[in-house]
Design a protein around this ligand. Sequence first.
Ligand code: 13P
Length: 240
Amino acid sequence: MGKIVAANWKMNLRRQSGCELASALKTDGRECWLFPSFTLLAPIADTLIGGTLKLGAQDLSPELDGAFTGDVSAEMLGDAGCTMVLVGHSERRHGHGEQGELLLRKLKRAAEAGLKPLYCVGETLEEREAGRAKEVVKEHLSVLKDLQGTCAAVAYEPVWAIGTGLTATPEQAAEMHAFIRDELTKLGLTDLPILYGGSVKPGNAKDLMTQPHVDGVLVGGASLKLDSLRAIDDVAREIG
Ligand code: 13P
């Protein structure tokens, strides 16, 4: 498999801008994984029919159906055209207090509904400075032990590099990705791709994606504009 480019649009874009971006990527024949906001999923799914782009949501409920106001179930996401879903993004872990048991329930629910999770892990600056980065990432990964073969990929997103303009150096990314690769092997998950996320831009994508065990990138801010997303995808294609 070539390098993977995934776009997390977070709480950005509208129906017109999102559909235009998705349809331009489709016309280019790009193979991105797109994670738009809930309201954009169904219209974008219609745009993507027949192309190679994959559609995912940014979150899901751990519950099946029922009285859960404001939540969206895995089955609803499948119904809207999703095949994937983000789980454990740091903005959910830190902004909404999601962790361990809840994330495991979400991962299981996604798998039961036939959605492939992209599971995100990563340490805060405080944890890195305290020398605990690997310990934290290992703990985040530990929930995958009962989920053989259900995830699409893991994304390493150091919290201090998300939306801050700070990027892990290629060496820092390489060290953590090698660690994650070892941990996944211990969990029996030998083939799971590992993406890097955190201020990925056209200018740093090559240095990051050429590191060992960096199988692609999960892009936030730079995925909101066609030019920068195309430029990152061009790098991915060039590396192959
Ligand atoms: P930025 O690329 O904006 O730093 O966001 C990264 C991210 O959180 C992707 O999920």
